[in-house]
Design a protein. Structure first.
Length: 444
């Protein structure tokens, strides 16, 4: 029999009566009715689903309607990968064992920007991409050190001053508070009153934009946001150049005539009125930067070499007839040595003094030679030796001393037995010690 309110009742006349024979017809009718009820969908009131299919069961039980969820949390796998806009009234948390990334895409799914929290090191990156989704540059906020934009240092009051590359107190003659004064910004247009798409509009007061992105589109020319006076005279413009992709800020005079602009290209350096703007990324050697101060000092400070060294240095060359050879002077441990370029003179100083010293000809004054070489043949003017000569030499007579090959002690005259290497220069006899032994002096 059909259930009534979900409750099963056996067919009438099928129940047995004590002490009577069970009739087959009523019995079979009861069995057939039970079989029919068992094979039909069991109603919800009897613990069933009220349906013979899974989708019918979900519909009957209301499990396919999210409005019926009153407890628990929807599993992440049950959520779609792509969703329409949502409003979160609490904090939104991005968890990941590696980098945490929030990407911004256009309608075509091309990445135009990303906010990244790097896991190692713990650094936040605000990344900029071009229209093709190619990474361009990024703002980097590290846990220590300076912020950077496209790898270039960003200055704050914590990293400017001497040694930083930035030495500024004012911007265009004004304190920073001048640019922080928003006293003229009064009132706002309720967002609900503005359509999502508008044609060209003229604003006679201040415009405040909050939230989301605002676009200036133009497929056939530069994209510009123009600033005008109440009389319609252009005073400035912000925009993007169609041909090069560079951003710009234009400055006009009171009559609306263009004066100059700040140009920010996709590659290369910024320019102001056509002149290069220097940053930490393009200054230094070869940059052409002509600063007023270097580490807070005028150029004359560094040009004063004696003051910087603390003593007056010796002039190297530059005099009449002098070469550009590099001269090294240093202590050899027991005496003063000299080297000229790569030629080491050791303690033998190549000094040639001409003229007179206190009225005495310098050529008649012997110089000092400090050598232990028994075969030395180079001696200064005024040097006197003992010479053995087989032929007599008159006083002030000429001779040619030579090293004696028979021992390491004597000098003999050229042509005598045992004469070795000759001593260069002009030698004259100063007198005779004994027969065959003379004192001779180098005069040239």
């Amino acid at each position: 029999m059909p259930r009534v309110g979900g409750v099963y009742s056996p067919p009438a006349g099928t129940k047995g009566v004590p002490n009577t024979t069970i009739q087959s017809a009523p019995y079979n009718a009861l069995v057939d009715d039970l079989s029919l009820d068992a094979n039909n969908p069991r109603p919800i009131t009897a613990g069933g689903t009220g349906a013979s299919t899974a989708s019918g069961a979900r519909a009957a039980l209301g499990t396919d309607n999210a409005d019926n969820l009153t407890s628990g949390t929807v599993a992440d796998a049950r959520l779609p990968a792509t969703q329409t806009g949502k409003t979160f009234t609490g904090a939104v948390v991005i968890k990941n064992a590696s980098d945490r990334i929030l990407a911004f895409q256009d309608a075509a799914g091309v990445v135009r920007g990303r906010l990244v929290h790097g896991a190692v090191p713990s650094t936040i990156f605000h990344q900029l991409y071009d229209a093709a989704g190619t990474f361009l540059k990024q703002l980097q906020l590290p846990p220590t050190g300076s912020m950077t934009w496209d790898g270039q240092t960003i200055w704050t009051s914590g990293n400017d001053g001497a040694g930083s590359g930035l030495d500024a107190d004012l911007l265009d003659g004004q304190e920073g508070a001048f640019y922080q004064n928003a006293a003229n910004l009064t009132g706002t247009i309720p967002d609900a009153r503005l359509p999502s798409t508008m044609s060209a509009k003229t604003f006679t007061g201040n415009v405040l934009l909050t939230g989301g992105d605002y676009f200036v589109d133009n497929s056939s020319g530069d994209r510009r946001l123009v600033l005008r006076t109440a009389a319609g005279v252009i005073q400035g413009a912000f925009g993007n150049t169609l041909s090069t992709g560079a951003n710009f800020i234009n400055v006009h005079d009171a009559a609306g005539t263009f004066l100059r602009n700040l140009v920010m290209p996709r590659t290369g350096s910024m320019t102001w009125a056509g002149d290069t703007v220097w940053t930490a990324g393009n200054d230094g050697a070869g940059s052409g930067l002509d600063a007023d101060l270097l580490d807070g000092q005028q150029g004359a400070y560094f040009a004063d070499i004696p003051s910087r060294l603390g003593f007056t240095p010796l002039q190297q060359g530059g005099g009449g007839g002098q070469g550009t050879n590099k001269i090294y002077i240093g202590w050899l441990g027991s005496q003063l040595g000299v080297q000229i370029d790569a030629s080491n003179q050791s303690a033998n100083w190549p000094i040639n003094i001409t003229g007179t010293i206190n009225g005495i000809a310098s050529s008649s004054i012997a110089q000092i030679v400090n050598t232990t070489n028994a075969n030395e043949i180079n001696f200064p003017v005024g040097w006197t030796i003992a010479l053995i000569a087989s032929s007599g030499i008159s006083r002030n007579g000429g001779c040619t001393p030579c090293l004696f090959t028979g021992d390491s002690q004597a000098y003999v005259n050229l042509g005598d037995s045992g004469a070795g290497s000759a001593l260069p220069g002009t030698w004259r006899a100063s007198g005779r010690y004994s027969s065959g032994l003379y004192a001779v002096t180098k005069i040239f």
